[in-house]
Design a protein. Sequence first.
Length: 85
Amino acid sequence: CSFGHLFRTRLAQTERATEQFSPVFLQWLEVVYQVMKQYPEEFEFNEDLLLRLADEVLSRRYGAFLFDTEQEWRQVQGRTCCLWK
């Protein structure tokens, strides 16, 4: 069993938004950006990566950002693009 972010539920990517809708991942990217601005030498990436992640999570192109569980993602793994490759 693995625990990850509930992308489908939190971002309402493939269904109507429910009371659990909350853009937590996008807020987390903002937090990382703010910390990066305070300590730029501590990061091995820049804000371009954070912006790319924010754009791609909303684009619905990548299976990793469409599902709530790894099991759901594995069912379509070969049919969706992978951002990490």
